[in-house]
Design a protein around this ligand. Structure first.
Ligand code: 8YV
Length: 321
């Protein structure tokens, strides 16, 4: 019987996922959950068949060029693949997969949490209570922005965008969206389609970002576009920090052009711009979009389904390169 393929696992994964890895592969797990430096990761991959990577394993073109010849696949434990240079992987004939669908609900939940938290000043309120600084109540105390019935604009109507659009129906929000293509009404939760981002922005009391990070979407939300939002709009980002010009966002949060922002992702995680920490009107989370037990299990199993297909000589379901 031929030997089981060797899989190097970039980070500590859920128990059930690691159990399946250990059963079906010669898996090198990362029990300490240490972030491997590129040189170490490449050394570990010597003689290995595949890498199971998170977005923390940066696979840029130079790194991919240096991967040992034995590596046939990079199975990502993520839907976003901006950490992998897909062109370089294709050039090397390395199969790359991701984990779509299974994290849409969890990520949309975080978008909802950020939208409500930013609008209703949940971060500020929590900090106040926790610090023992809540001394009184008055009718003018900590007023925020009501969400119910407002206009929500979405940029990117992939799986997460669509899930979020359906999730907010209970809030009676009027939906607007921009996407590369118009969707059938039911898929877009009857949202109003705008052909350009510029057309969409004036209609957004809330703007939620759901597009992938690509060279084309880098700094997509910039100063010119923020200026097109209604005064007092609220921006939510659960996609990638790269798609927001953080200088422009910080400036707009300071002047009050934007009432607030809810951010789960940043340009340079976890070393975020210190200015964000000083802004009371930013409600922030440390990239928790998919961080539920259920979803992380499902992501791991999906990554393993993809690896199983590669090593069985089948086309993996979620091939992106
Ligand atoms: C993941 C994410 O947890 O899947 C994605 O693209 O952003 C996160 O929700 C992370 O990327 C894990 O590698």
């Amino acid at each position: 019987m031929s030997q089981k393929p060797i899989v190097i696992v970039g980070r500590k994964l859920p128990e059930a996922v690691e159990a399946r890895l250990a059963r079906d592969y010669r898996a090198q797990l990362n029990d300490e959950d240490r972030l491997y430096a590129t040189d170490e990761l490449i050394a570990r991959l010597e003689g290995a068949d595949a890498l199971l990577a998170c977005h923390t394993e940066r696979m840029d073109a130079a790194t991919i060029e240096r991967l040992p010849k034995s590596v046939r696949a990079i199975a990502n434990f993520s839907v976003g693949v901006d950490h992998v240079d897909l062109t370089a992987a294709k050039r090397r004939g390395i199969v790359v997969t991701n984990t779509p669908d299974v994290l849409s609900d969890a990520t949309a939940e975080i978008a909802l949490l950020l939208m409500l938290g930013a609008a209703r000043r949940a971060g500020e309120g929590e900090r106040l209570v926790r610090a023992g600084a809540w001394k009184s109540w008055s009718p003018a105390f900590m007023l925020g922005t009501q969400v119910t019935g407002k206009r929500l604009g979405l940029i990117g109507m992939g799986r997460v965008g669509r899930t979020f659009a359906h999730m907010v129906r209970g809030l009676g929000m009027q939906l607007h969206y921009h996407n590369r293509r118009r969707l059938p009404a039911e898929q877009a939760a009857n949202g109003i389609y705008h052909e350009t981002i510029e057309d969409l922005l004036p209609h957004c009391d809330f703007l939620s970002l759901h597009c992938p990070a690509t060279p084309e979407t880098n700094d997509l939300l910039n100063a010119q576009r923020i200026a097109l939002l209604p005064d007092g709009a609220i921006v939510v980002n659960t996609a990638r920090g790269a798609i927001v010009d953080e200088d422009a966002l910080i400036a707009a949060l300071r002047t009050g052009k934007l009432a607030a922002a809810g951010l789960d992702v940043f340009k340079n995680e976890p070393d975020i711009r210190p200015e964000f920490r000083g802004l009371d009107n930013v409600f922030m989370l440390p990239h928790l979009g998919s961080a539920t037990h259920e979803t992380r299990d499902a992501m791991g199993f999906r990554a393993l389904d993809n690896l199983d297909a590669v090593f069985a000589g089948r086309e993996p379901g979620d091939r992106v390169a």
